[in-house]
Write a protein that binds this ligand. Structure first.
Ligand SMILES: Nc1ncnc2c1ncn2[C@@H]1O[C@H](COP(=O)(O)OP(=O)(O)OP(=O)(O)O)[C@@H](O)[C@H]1O
Ligand SMILES: [Mg+2]
Length: 286
């Protein structure tokens, strides 16, 4: 048994790296995002303080931690989704392949094409299955055979077999798990470089969750994935690196999200450096 297969961690069973699908060892040698001294404010409330971390290419990076500690806030910084929230302000550095995402000349629409996002609640457009997937390529003026592209994206999202006979049916008639995979197909149809996922499985049953986890492992051979999850086993199973966030309370009693520890998933789950990480992953806190 290799270390990756070790079933026991902190007294409860986690298949560490159980869905790695033979991918290479975790590495930050090719950074995609370099985040440094990141602060995020909503109005005059500082939601996130002083986050520094690097996301590696073709890695699955998970963000875990208790509710309200700023995971969604941080992941939204990676494709400038916070721009769309009135009063949100981001300071510090978020570099994407070495270039600041927040420079004035950077086009946020182009950023969101290259860095796609899948949300907690599946949000298909009230259109057909086909039109959901074709939407992005059409908007981007993609030339070539749209039918092939739609099939490729649906196959990539492990949904093709289930929907190939109902491409013209409304996406809203699909089950929740199918809708979530449709949203993943829609995200990959524009051929992004990165996919951000904020709790993509929280509303899904274990079968749909397993499908999406398998899918992520597959996609990681082509894409860089960052996922927020409350499911410890999921983080342990699928991710290469894990960022554990927590919230500090300052002198005035205000909570600020912070990155407590960031390391390989194996280290975070087997040998964390910070007591708060250990308490959280063993269920003593949060
Ligand atoms: N749109 C917003 N406007 C104002 N404050 C916000 C907004 N979104 C988040 N916040 C605040 O920022 C802090 C961090 O919230 P965030 O949603 O990032 O936490 P989270 O770690 O994703 O939590 P959860 O696990 O519950 O999803 C919280 O105090 C929250 O109230
Ligand atoms: Mg959240």
């Amino acid at each position: 048994m290799t270390k990756d297969d070790t079933p026991e961690s902190h007294g409860f069973s986690i298949a560490l790296g159980g869905r790695r699908h033979g991918r290479p060892s975790p590495s930050l040698d090719n950074p995609v995002f370099q985040i440094a001294d990141l602060d995020v404010w909503y109005g005059d409330h500082q939601a996130v303080r002083d986050v520094t971390l690097t996301v590696g290419s073709r890695q699955i990076t998970s963000m875990i931690g208790p509710s309200g500690c700023g995971k969604s806030t941080v992941i939204r910084c990676l494709n400038r989704m916070n721009d769309l929230i009135p009063g949100a302000r981001v300071t510090g550095k978020v570099a994407y392949y070495g270039e600041s995402l927040y420079d004035a000349e950077v086009d946020p629409i182009e950023v969101r094409r290259r860095i796609g996002m899948v949300f907690q609640k599946p949000n298909p457009f009230p259109k057909s299955v086909y039109d959901n997937v074709a939407y992005g390529p059409r908007v981007n003026g993609v030339k070539g055979n749209l039918d092939d592209l739609v099939e490729e994206a649906l196959t990539g999202a492990a949904l093709w077999d289930e929907v190939k006979d109902k491409l013209k049916a409304s996406a809203l008639a699909l089950s929740g798990g199918q809708q979530q995979r449709l949203c993943i197909a829609r995200a990959i149809a524009v051929k992004p470089e990165v996919i951000l996922m904020d709790e993509p499985c929280s509303a899904l049953d274990p079968i749909a969750t397993a499908k999406i986890e398998d899918l992520m492992a597959e996609l990681a051979s082509q894409f860089t994935i960052v996922i927020v999850t409350h499911n410890m086993q999921q983080a342990a199973r699928i991710s290469d690196y894990t960022a554990f966030f927590t919230a500090d309370v300052d002198e005035e009693g205000v909570r600020h999200g912070r990155l407590a520890e960031y390391d390989t998933t194996v280290t975070i789950f087997e040998n964390p450096a910070d007591q708060r990480t250990e308490d959280y992953i063993t269920g003593r806190f949060g």
